[in-house]
Design a protein around this ligand. Sequence first.
Ligand code: THU
Length: 127
Amino acid sequence: MTDKELLSIAREASRKAYVPYSKFAVGAALECRGGAVFTGCNVENAALGDTICAERTACVKAVSEGYREFVRIAIYAESQNYCMPCGSCRQFLSEFNKGDMEVLCSRADGRYVSYRLRELMPHTFNY
Ligand code: THU
């Protein structure tokens, strides 16, 4: 699958976002080894701190279906800025990946930037 195809799945996933508070819809598409793709969107809560980001939704869906080896994640938001994963999502993804996975961060005009997880989250917490 091409980067653009994965990004388009992330964009589609953002339509399902539950964002009554921020109105900022985010979608993620997480590709696992073997090609399975799990999508996610952000799911907000009136207790704002209980909100779950799109990336973590996708990650939890994958792990709960028995997939832990992540290859790439595409993130999309209808924004002028590239949608970067927040610190919590970087830490969360790093639980399952040593840092090789690609993180594609896109913006509304379709342009995207690509990083390795370890670039975005060096020296992760672990014990
Ligand atoms: N959000 C994500 O879904 N992913 C991120 O990496 C950053 C933030 C969501 C959480 C909240 O619903 C909205 O964006 C505004 O913070």
